[in-house]
Design a protein around this ligand. Sequence first.
Ligand SMILES: Cc1cc2nc3c(=O)[nH]c(=O)nc-3n(C[C@H](O)[C@H](O)[C@H](O)COP(=O)(O)OP(=O)(O)OC[C@H]3O[C@@H](n4cnc5c(N)ncnc54)[C@H](O)[C@@H]3O)c2cc1C
Length: 384
Amino acid sequence: MADNSFLAWPFFEPRHRELAERIEQWCEETIHDAPAADIDVACRALVRELGRAGFLKLCVGEADGRPDARSLAICRETLARHHGLADFAFAMQGLGSGAISLFGTIEQKRAWLPRVASGEAIAAFAMTEPECGSDAANMTTSAMLDGDEWVLVGEKTYISNGGIADFYLTFARTGEGEGSRGLSAFIVPADAPGLSVAERIEVIAPHPLARLKYDNVRVPADALIGEAGEGFRIGMETLNLFRVTVGAAALGFARRALGEALAFASDRRLGSAKLADNAVTQEKLADMVTAVDASALLIYRAAWQQDVGGGNNRRAAAMAKLFATEEAQKVVDAAVQMHGGLGVTKGAKVEELYREIRSLRIYEGASEVQRQVIARDLLKEHSR
Ligand SMILES: Cc1cc2nc3c(=O)[nH]c(=O)nc-3n(C[C@H](O)[C@H](O)[C@H](O)COP(=O)(O)OP(=O)(O)OC[C@H]3O[C@@H](n4cnc5c(N)ncnc54)[C@H](O)[C@@H]3O)c2cc1C
């Protein structure tokens, strides 16, 4: 069992400590480390199991529409520490339905959120396009109103849950204004005629991922979330909420890597001594645990701020994601190094973590983009 002394920090309420215990126990009883033979089947099964156990209720909005960021972060940290795909299955239910929780009408919430929470409907978030990722304001997928239907044309790529989702929360250009001012958000059911999976994409840490084609996809007028032209704000606010939880997943991978390194170094002999007795190893372990603790502080500070602190938390969320993902990469790399040849051997847990951690520095706002968010916010504050 990993160190959970952070739960004594003042960011948490008793319900968070109870949740941490419950999800830890669920992971120990349910999750098996063996790699999945069929990633789609494994992912669907994990969503169902997480739904049955009640955890996916945390991914959809509470009475005020906002999921509790601390609960999401605790779940993602714990799931990632046990199993990357379980974390992914949980996280995407939140990201894919987040715009509905935050900005949907009562009817949209009723139609989708109970099914997302039970694990019956799989959610996806479709923003990235082949020609624009970080620069989402310049997306070209279009949506035109035709009578009482919207008609979507374009392509989305690197869409998590692509191929297994029941709906794609899709962002498209509706043209109310230039750039970010002319985008809107739509709920597009996977079986909408004209929507197809153009390509399945394989990445180093396997999970369902696809390029999607929208070939005159028709959805009813009430598939629009919020007002036309509000899509960019809806997308950014959704990402802002879930960005902290990406940091939490990175923290889970880092904690697991630290645990693996501690176990290995305490056991492995270097001549007459143990690897853990070596001063260089101890220095590495000290840096690893310090990075883990500092990441946890930034993440749970940002999550607490999101839940109860009020005000603008963009900088805190960006700092938490940036620091936790970058530091987790270093912690995992140090754990691989400490394992020697075993560290890069297929099937070793640290080898898996090395592949799992990498994309977290890229998606939901790459590290370079987070630095821009932080610096701009800082400069704005300075110029006031
Ligand atoms: C595993 C995985 C899952 C994903 N899941 C989803 C999903 O579910 N839904 C979805 O919509 N997208 C998803 N994505 C896409 C992801 O969000 C994009 O890959 C990401 O936003 C980066 O966009 P890009 O790949 O087009 O790179 P680009 O935006 O072209 O960036 C290329 C490089 O330039 C850097 N860069 C960009 N802008 C700047 C700048 N202003 N200054 C300096 N450097 C800059 C970037 O950091 C990056 O290093 C996923 C990606 C991966 C890898």
